[in-house]
Design a protein around this ligand. Structure first.
Ligand code: NAD
Length: 286
């Protein structure tokens, strides 16, 4: 009977990344008197979004950044939000701008994302950054795939030549994840809701990335023995507990390494937002 998979500790990896960022931020302050600034804009009262924004604000403060949350009322118009984005674009002390999604239905999210200065787009959603990533050029990369890549590299070292299967083709996770794996010289399959025989596709994978939003969909017998499994899914169960997209209890018996939910990819996402803010600071202010 093979040993159980190594559990990839995303909480510890995120804490280590935040410590590195904090030390870099204090170095920048000491040497140049500058403080990297992250501005998060929230429109409305969505409870999950309020929690995410509070946590982004708090963690940016903890690493020593100038952290500002702009909380706008639900009736904020698209024109008002565009004006707020324009004001942040023009402010030299602002390094990162993140507009929390989803936005209220009366605001066109694409129009807002298109208006953010690509050099300050720390979510990596602006078409300019999406295009640069696809072209293999330096870009601000979406935080969840970036965090997943850091965990993969820490677990496996070089990824060159490995078979990677990404399940889910969203613009936020699946597609940028596939691009990053391709850049890391993996052979990449991007699977989705219309993929035929998903279990057979997943069985080929040395690396499985699950980003679907369906609790415990990926079963243990889909996993190739020894594979590395990154579970991006965060699903609330009827009993209030969280579950990933992977059936952890089954997969942990087959995989070589696996991320838990919670405590895997989730904590890396905000740490990577802070990392992107530093990247944006360096690219813009030298
Ligand atoms: P999404 O709904 O935009 O995309 C889901 C994708 O899954 C789609 O591309 C769809 O084709 C695919 N899909 C749906 N049903 C499928 C099936 N039966 N078989 C194969 N593929 C199927 O979701 P998203 O925004 O990419 O998020 C995915 C999950 O990741 C969610 O649970 C979300 O909560 C979570 N998430 C976590 C973080 C984090 O910080 N850890 C960040 C973003 C998203």
């Amino acid at each position: 009977m093979a040993a159980e998979a190594r559990i990839i500790d995303g909480k510890a990896a995120a804490a280590a990344l935040r410590a590195e960022i904090a030390s870099e931020v204090s170095g920048i302050k000491a040497a140049r008197g500058l403080v990297p600034g992250l501005h998060v804009v929230l429109v409305g009262e969505d409870p999950a979004s309020r929690v995410y924004v509070a946590s982004k604000e708090k963690q940016a403060v903890e690493v020593g950044m100038n952290s500002v949350a702009h909380r706008l009322p639900p009736e904020t118009s698209e024109a008002e939000l565009l004006a707020k984005v324009a004001q942040l674009n023009a402010d030299d002390s602002v390094d990162g701008i993140l507009v929390q999604l989803p936005l209220p239905a009366h605001i066109d999210a694409d129009r807002i994302i298109d208006a953010i200065d690509p050099a300050k787009d720390v979510d990596g959603f602006h078409l300019s950054n999406v295009g640069k990533l696809a072209a293999g050029r330096a870009a601000l990369v979406p935080c969840t795939p970036l965090g997943s890549m850091i965990l993969l590299r820490q677990t496996l070292g070089s990824l060159a030549g490995l078979e990677a299967v990404v399940i889910g083709r969203s613009a936020i996770v699946g597609k940028p994840m596939a691009q990053l794996l391709l850049q890391a010289d993996c052979t990449v399959t991007l699977a989705h809701s219309r993929t035929r025989d998903l279990p057979a596709v997943v069985r080929r994978a040395d690396i499985v990335i699950a980003a679907v939003g369906r609790p415990r969909m990926v079963k243990g017998d889909w996993i190739k023995p020894g594979a590395t499994v990154i579970d991006v899914g965060i699903n609330r169960l009827p009993d209030g507990k969280l579950a990933g997209d992977v059936d952890f209890a089954e997969a942990v018996k087959v995989a070589g390494a696996i991320t838990p939910v919670p405590g895997g990819v989730g904590p890396m996402t905000i740490a990577c937002l802070l990392k992107n803010t530093l990247t944006a600071f360096h690219a813009r202010r030298g």
